[in-house]
Ligand binder design. Structure first.
Ligand code: NAD
Ligand code: COI
Length: 337
């Protein structure tokens, strides 16, 4: 059995090699993502194991299909970058890793929140310029005095709720499918309009579907408390970045933690080359000490990396051996959505 591995990161290699040895599977490693491949590139591969945040181009999926590859196993959760209609048309089956470590992203979201409410952007800037008195004058807030609005209480949102509760925060949540495990932890609202004016922090944990695009725009920001903080470790398209910048400019928004940026596909090639992103909106956010920007790394812990590799490889192996995988998703259904 042979797997084509795409988007290989150095820290993953040890886990791939160990799994390959234990399972007698050959790995065809590529550090590049899926983009621009021809059918010959997939020769001998029984399944493809991939990780990338930029879109999977339909042409790469068509090349896989032309090479006779039927299975794609993602090493991550989000599937907003997958061209489902192409997969469905080409009969390619797909699996993701739905829960490699919800805690990793939840901890990162809470850490961004803590940094925002303690003015880390200003403090680090001041200390770097030896302006210690400026750093000493910045007064922060305590999470135990704050109300957090958690939007999306699935795996990651539920972990975030528990962490915020540990700090003594009150949590108000919105999810069309309330999580029964949180019934004693949070107050659910039936409508986001009831959440916006009541919370000090908004923490997003929902998928970047078409319906969720610009869930936070100018109209929503107008309904929020003055001095609200917004944290997005979910997907960039959830926030209208222009509206966020306007909210920061008017001080309606006191700060934002942005691990997932709306135009990530534009800036990702520059991130990869350690170049300053030239996207004007990115530059504005980065220049604002009230904003903490991170390059889509909320997931990135040792626990998560190990689980992403192992679970995706188990999915790929099950696909090849049985025609199905434990974490298979319904491509035909998703293509209709
Ligand atoms: P999940 O499926 O367990 O939970 C998502 C929840 O969102 C569900 O309960 C769903 O009902 C709810 N939801 C959907 N649309 C909603 C809306 N408009 N309003 C309120 N709730 C809504 O998913 P998860 O594992 O918690 O992951 C959430 C997202 O986090 C993923 O889709 C992915 O985009 C993102 N993510 C980011 C990183 C990162 O490194 N930054 C890593 C992993 C996942
Ligand atoms: C996800 O798992 O959905 C992420 O956002 C992590 C990223 C490496 C793709």
């Amino acid at each position: 059995m042979q797997f084509g591995v795409y988007g290989l990161k150095p820290e993953e290699k040890v886990f791939f090699d160990a799994w390959a040895q234990n399972n007698g599977v050959t790995m065809n490693y590529h550090t590049a993502g899926l983009n621009g491949q021809s059918p010959a590139d997939f020769a001998g591969d029984d399944a493809i194991v991939a990780l990338q945040t930029v879109p999977y181009p339909p042409a790469a999926i068509e090349a896989m299909a032309a090479a006779g590859v039927k299975y794609l196993a993602l090493r991550n959760v989000g599937m907003d970058n997958v061209p489902f209609p192409t997969l469905a048309a080409k009969g390619i089956q797909l699996a993701n890793v739905p829960a490699y470590s919800p805690q990793s992203i939840a901890e990162f979201a809470v850490s961004l929140t803590l940094q925002l409410v303690r003015n880390f952007g200003y403090v680090i800037q001041a200390i770097s310029a030896h302006q210690y008195t400026e750093a000493m004058q910045r007064t922060g807030k305590e999470l135990g005095t704050m109300t957090i609005g958690v939007i999306g209480t699935g795996r990651i949102g539920a972990s975030a709720v528990k962490l915020f509760k540990g700090f003594g925060s009150k949590v108000i949540a919105y999810d069309p499918y309330p999580n029964p495990a949180l019934k004693d932890e949070v107050e659910y609202v039936d409508d986001l309009a009831d959440l916006w004016p009541r919370v000090d922090v908004i923490d997003l944990h929902i998928p970047g579907t078409k319906e969720n695009t610009h869930l936070i725009g100018a109209a929503e920001i107008a309904q929020m408390k003055d001095g609200v903080y917004i944290v997005n470790t979910a997907r960039g398209n959830l926030i209208d970045t222009q509206a966020l910048l306007a909210g920061l400019a008017s001080d309606k928004v006191a700060g934002a933690g942005i691990d997932t940026f709306e135009f990530e596909s534009d800036v990702f090639p520059q991130w990869e080359k350690n170049e300053a992103p030239t996207n004007a909106l990115y530059e504005q956010l980065l220049a604002d000490p009230r904003v903490i920007m991170t390059p889509h790394i909320a997931y990135h812990t040792e626990t998560a990396v190990e689980n992403m590799v192992e679970v995706s490889l188990n999915n790929a192996k099950a696909f090849v051996e049985t025609g199905h995988a434990p974490n298979e998703v319904d491509v035909q259904k998703l293509a209709q959505a």
